[in-house]
Design a protein around this ligand. Sequence first.
Ligand code: GLN
Length: 269
Amino acid sequence: MKTLKRIAAGILSTALLLGMTSCAAAQQTEAANSASFTTIESGKLIMATNAFFPPYEYYEGEKVVGIDVEIATAVAQKLGLELVIEDVEFDSIIAGVQGGKYDIGCAGMTVTEDRLKSVNFSTPYATGIQSIIVTADSEIKDIDTLLGGSYKVGVQSGTTGDIYMSSSPEDGGVGEDRIERFAKGNDAVIALTSGKIDAVVIDNEPAKAFVKSNDGLKVLDTPYTVEDYAMAINKDNVALKDAINQALKELTDDGTIPAIINKYIPAEG
Ligand code: GLN
């Protein structure tokens, strides 16, 4: 009798388990495969950024706002997670994602071959162009004048602007000797306004924002580098990358992401 009961109980719990599994599987396909990924802290999506990169991320009072913050918030919401923002140095973001400190790096971050060795990237959600900021009366007219002279160039440490500009003249840069590195883009702009450097090379949207908020500067567009911005994700967490890509797709298809970008960067014309 006892044995029979035990067998019956065994069958019942197996049936329950099977029922639960198929139920979970149904939820999984519905909610952007969300049942299969993990994050560092359950229920949270920890995003590393450097909040001095308007209009992608910047402070409004105590709050970090901007395109990246709104897109990441919408992605987190799709995945049933609460977004947690960590404002850190730009050049510590990749290592932090790789080391399991942050779930995503979302910082107007360009997809590069080199970074792809350390992290995965989501589907790109925006594009950027490297621009040159100079003083309004500068004799630097374009990239060739900049490269040809002996001008000092300010960059934000670890960014693609830094990587391009600090490469040797044969590789299209000005070389290490003419580079000044700054932790924040705005610090480079302050150095430019006080005459310590001759130009700043930085992404076009922050360049425009910095020029707007500092008198006597202008932007020279340099269309030679169009870059894709994407979220950096730990290489071991492929399920999170898949879920984020699914969320990004849904948010693009339903117009949410275009609307967020358009809110901060109104289409010209
Ligand atoms: N897009 C540039 C890069 O990825 C700059 C990003 C930034 O400064 N936040 O290097």
